[in-house]
Design a protein around this ligand. Structure first.
Ligand SMILES: *[C@@H]1O[C@H](CO)[C@@H](O)[C@H](O)[C@H]1NC(C)=O
Ligand SMILES: *[C@@H]1O[C@H](CO)[C@@H](O)[C@H](O)[C@H]1NC(C)=O
Ligand SMILES: *[C@@H]1O[C@H](CO)[C@@H](O)[C@H](O)[C@H]1NC(C)=O
Ligand SMILES: *[C@@H]1O[C@H](CO)[C@@H](O)[C@H](O)[C@H]1NC(C)=O
Ligand SMILES: *[C@@H]1O[C@H](CO)[C@@H](O)[C@H](O)[C@H]1NC(C)=O
Ligand SMILES: *[C@@H]1O[C@H](CO)[C@@H](O)[C@H](O)[C@H]1NC(C)=O
Ligand SMILES: *[C@@H]1O[C@H](CO)[C@@H](O)[C@H](O)[C@H]1NC(C)=O
Ligand SMILES: *[C@@H]1O[C@H](CO)[C@@H](O)[C@H](O)[C@H]1NC(C)=O
Ligand SMILES: *[C@@H]1O[C@H](CO)[C@@H](O)[C@H](O)[C@H]1NC(C)=O
Ligand SMILES: *[C@@H]1O[C@H](CO)[C@@H](O)[C@H](O)[C@H]1NC(C)=O
Ligand SMILES: *[C@@H]1O[C@H](CO)[C@@H](O)[C@H](O)[C@H]1NC(C)=O
Ligand SMILES: *[C@@H]1O[C@H](CO)[C@@H](O)[C@H](O)[C@H]1NC(C)=O
Length: 620
């Protein structure tokens, strides 16, 4: 049975106070019994958490005959204000409660908790080593004294649920901003109920930003009083729900202003994203292996930009974890560790599915708890959220996202495709073709004296393994073209396969210039038109530097040449300086680096085009 709040006998002495108490009590009763009516929106697990915590909250708000004196500046008279005995939050243990617009709820982090013994520093993730040279990164943890006279207190809040728009208010439209919760913090025993009615000089006010509030109280040595207040509004109806936590170790909930997330590519219903490099240490080092073998520590949330479910709560792990359209909880995410990409450093990749075509999404990196444990008793157990970035899905079915190939392992982008093929079949067709071309090359290369004395070597600066590497990069990029929507018309896109029927059976008229030109009438690789039959599509051409790098590093005996003039522009594209992907290179990620990411430092591409490499290389 539910426990009713206890009223002390003294309260009956004050009619007004008593009336107010009944009012608060009525609110309290309503919200503790109606928790089931909003909980339908939550996952089963979340529901349990919420109900359990709702129940724990029931013995809160015990009224006592305590009064605070507030001096009314205008009249000089003293106003007595009944105080509510605040409910306790303990170290690294969140409390969860519903709050209605206009309400304020009070919490206390007691002196005992404030002066408590800090928890042992947890193991943490493997070190984020930022360069090769540092053998190991030593995190200099200050040895904490067992007993301190004061501590820094970290107070944090996540807004977990928000009210809905008041449909009977004509001013409430889909653009209406959610008014944030406000947190008031007081360290004064003369202000045990910080809030909109509290004495301003005795409290600090913090407004939640996108569902998150984090604040520190330095040198705390006594009770820390916290008020959580929901704004008065008639534009929204229903309740907010929030988690509040305090800790002497670290923020229980945290946020990061970096996105830490890069968009690789998408097709009509899925997208591939990666985290930043998790370490820069060398392949073969213990740190590198630790990261590659770790259970993927991060998670991702994605939400259609036009869908309001997470609007106003983008920095709350608690909200994203139950409201984001795409999240691990609804099986929309597949995550794994990879070392694909520039530098081949460990990173986590996310394959996000169930997306709509031609849609814009927010992508938000997150971490559940400290990545191996979450919830009460865990330092940082409330999770962490990075800043939102955005990405877009494709419009047409004939570009399919391909990644994790065996041979062309650096390929991760959309490729010309046909919905009749499974992704395994598609991967096989492309990867086997590349592998068999490579075999021919490897045979030729083995005939050239590579590893003899430097005088007979073709170049002092490069060797055969550089050549093999450059050849493979180039080969994978030209054998497996990067596909883009036929309907898109960016200048860097090259129409291909215009002579073939679209997937829907229609064909372009035979007098169409793209049908008439041999460059755009077919694919660069005949295998695509015969075995995959994607219909017309557009190609993001391989970057010119892939070809020139191969010519530069490979023995001239192999006879590699890059095309020039018009032929060059029909076959290769140019890198953009703003980080947009305007030509295809392996390991590409959108907006990764503004300038050139690869090779040829100081070498002017204009010079290359002007005539260093003259002859058309037939295989393109
Ligand atoms: C909402 O309005 C009521 C009545 O004016 C006031 O007592 C209460 O403090 C207000 N709440 C907030 C959070 O401002
Ligand atoms: C997470 O917290 C648990 C419990 O405190 C701890 O055992 C574990 O080592 C922590 N994990 C990390 C990655 O810090
Ligand atoms: C890291 O090592 C790689 C090769 O081992 C080298 O090319 C690179 O310059 C090094 N980077 C730093 C920052 O030392
Ligand atoms: C809607 O907004 C207008 C202008 O701010 C205001 O005058 C009016 O009272 C509001 N209506 C309601 C129902 O809140
Ligand atoms: C919704 O809006 C109507 C019209 O402005 C107002 O009368 C009503 O009180 C509002 N409801 C809530 C819960 O604020
Ligand atoms: C690793 O540390 C560097 C430098 O402190 C930082 O810029 C980078 O974001 C960190 N990487 C991750 C994945 O946290
Ligand atoms: C997909 O589109 C439908 C219809 O517009 C929309 O209701 C739904 O929220 C969208 N889903 C996603 C994941 O974008
Ligand atoms: C997730 O990825 C792994 C490894 O690529 C794969 O084996 C698994 O089938 C994928 N699961 C889903 C649901 O896509
Ligand atoms: C990772 O590090 C490499 C250098 O080792 C760098 O080129 C690349 O831009 C970094 N970021 C990502 C996401 O790959
Ligand atoms: C997506 O992000 C880019 C920059 O990161 C920004 O310029 C663009 O406006 C964003 N698009 C949307 C729809 O928010
Ligand atoms: C898919 O296969 C079926 C049966 O072989 C064929 O009729 C259809 O035209 C194919 N669709 C496409 C888009 O190639
Ligand atoms: C067939 O698909 C192409 C490419 O998506 C489109 O341009 C064309 O209008 C479609 N034709 C019909 C009849 O739907």
């Amino acid at each position: 049975m539910m426990q009713f709040p206890k009223l002390t006998p003294l309260q009956s002495r004050f009619a007004a106070t008593f009336a107010a108490t009944i009012f608060v009590f009525a609110f309290y009763y309503i919200f503790s019994t109606s928790s089931g009516s909003f909980a339908y929106a939550l996952d089963e697990v979340d529901q349990l958490t919420m109900l359990r915590n709702g129940a724990a909250g029931e013995d809160s708000m015990i009224f006592e005959d305590e009064y605070e004196e507030t001096r009314n500046d205008a009249g000089g008279q003293i106003i007595k204000r009944a105080t509510v005995d605040p409910n306790a939050v303990s170290n690294n243990e969140f409390q969860m409660l519903n709050i209605a617009p206009g309400q304020t709820q009070y919490w206390v982090f007691t002196k005992e908790s404030v002066l408590g013994k800090p928890s042992a520093t947890p193991e943490g993730l493997p070190a984020n080593i930022t360069s090769n040279s540092t053998g190991q990164s030593v995190i200099n943890e200050n040895r904490r004294e067992l007993k301190k006279r004061s501590n820094t207190v970290y107070v944090s809040l996540n807004t977990c649920l928000k009210p809905s728009l008041n449909s009977s208010n004509p001013n409430a439209t889909s653009d209406t901003q959610l008014p944030p919760l406000t947190v008031y913090i007081s360290t004064s025993s003369n202000n045990k109920n910080p809030g909109p009615a509290g004495e301003a000089s005795l409290q600090t006010t913090y407004t939640a930003d996108q569902g998150y509030m984090g604040a520190t109280v330095e040198n705390a040595d006594d009770n820390v009083y916290i008020g959580v207040s929901a704004p008065n509004t008639t534009l929204w109806t229903g309740i907010y729900n929030y988690q509040i936590a305090a800790s002497i170790d670290a923020y229980f909930h945290s946020v990061d202003d970096d996105t830490n997330l890069y968009f690789i590519d998408s097709d009509i219903n899925s997208a591939l994203l990666i985290t930043n490099n998790l370490t820069q240490s060398d392949e073969g080092s213990a740190n590198y292996r630790q990261w590659m073998n770790i259970t993927p520590p991060y998670t991702i949330f994605a939400n259609n930009i036009n869908d309001n479910s997470i609007s106003g709560l983008e920095r709350s792990f608690c909200a994203l974890n139950q409201l984001a359209q795409m999240r691990e909880g609804n099986q929309a995410i597949n995550k794994s560790m990879t070392n694909r990409g520039l530098g081949n450093k460990p990173k986590e990749q996310f394959y996000v599915t169930y997306l709509n075509s031609s849609s814009h999404y927010y992508g938000i990196l997150g971490m559940k708890g400290n990545s191996t444990a979450s919830g009460n008793g865990v330092i940082g157990g409330g999770g962490k959220v990075w800043r939102a970035m955005n990405f877009t899905t494709k419009a047409e079915k004939n570009c399919a996202l391909l990644y994790n190939l065996n041979f062309c392992s650096e390929v991760a982008y959309a490729v010309p495709s046909n919905p009749n093929l499974t992704s395994t079949q598609l991967a096989q067709i492309y990867d086997q073709a590349a592998q068999s071309y490579y075999k021919n090359f490897a045979n030729s290369l083995s005939l050239i004296q590579c590893n003899t004395s430097s005088t007979s070597m073709f170049s002092l600066a490069v060797n055969c393994s550089d050549c093999a590497k450059a050849y493979k990069q180039w080969l994978c990029a030209v054998t497996i073209p990067r596909c883009y929507d036929w309907t898109a018309d960016y200048a860097f896109l090259k129409p291909r396969n215009a002579g073939q029927a679209f997937l829907n059976g229609t064909t372009l008229p035979s007098d169409n210039p793209w049908v008439q030109s041999p460059v755009t009438n077919a694919s660069r690789n005949p295998l695509i038109d015969t075995e995959i039959r994607p219909g017309p599509y557009k190609e993001i051409l391989p970057c010119t530097d892939l070809c020139s790098e191969m010519v530069r590093t490979c023995p001239s005996a192999l006879g590699f040449k890059c095309p020039t003039g018009k032929y060059l522009n029909d076959s290769y594209g140019y890198r953009a300086s703003d980080g947009d992907i305007t030509c295809s290179y392996l390991g590409a990620a959108y907006y990764l680096n503004g300038a050139f990411g690869l090779s040829l430092p100081g070498l002017d591409l204009g010079l290359l085009i002007a005539g260093l490499w003259m002859v058309f290389w037939v295989a393109v």
